[in-house]
Design a binder for this molecule. Structure first.
Ligand SMILES: [Zn+2]
Length: 110
């Protein structure tokens, strides 16, 4: 889960308040220094996080260690692995055709 950070970009103060919006984006004003700016959209933060995940995947870290380091859920990382074609040895092709089911069994075999 990614939360938008509510800090002033200039002085890193948490004392900011919404100050209207412009261009579809919410603006804030810092009470401490008077700086006005835009909230960082969650999508930007997510993109940064996913870039980090991809980098860690390239370095062949385990899913769990990546999840721990980045805070991205393990399932989300697993999905990205699948999408990107996977890392490590390619998984064996799943064989959809089932062998003949022999020896079904036992019902009234006595
Ligand atoms: Zn400030």
């Amino acid at each position: 889960m990614v939360y938008t950070q509510h800090f002033c970009a200039k002085c890193a103060s948490e004392q900011i308040r919404r100050n209207g919006h412009s261009g579809g984006r919410a603006k804030y004003q810092c009470k401490a220094c008077g700086h006005q700016g835009y909230f960082q959209p969650a999508a930007v933060e997510k993109a940064r996080q996913y870039a980090q995940v991809d980098q860690l995947l390239l370095e062949r870290n385990s899913l769990r260690s990546i999840a721990r380091a980045t805070g991205v859920a393990r399932n989300t990382i697993a999905k990205r692995v699948k999408k990107s074609g996977g890392f490590g040895p390619a998984p064996a092709a799943p064989s959809p055709e089932k062998g003949p089911t022999e020896a079904v069994g036992g019902l009234g075999a006595r």
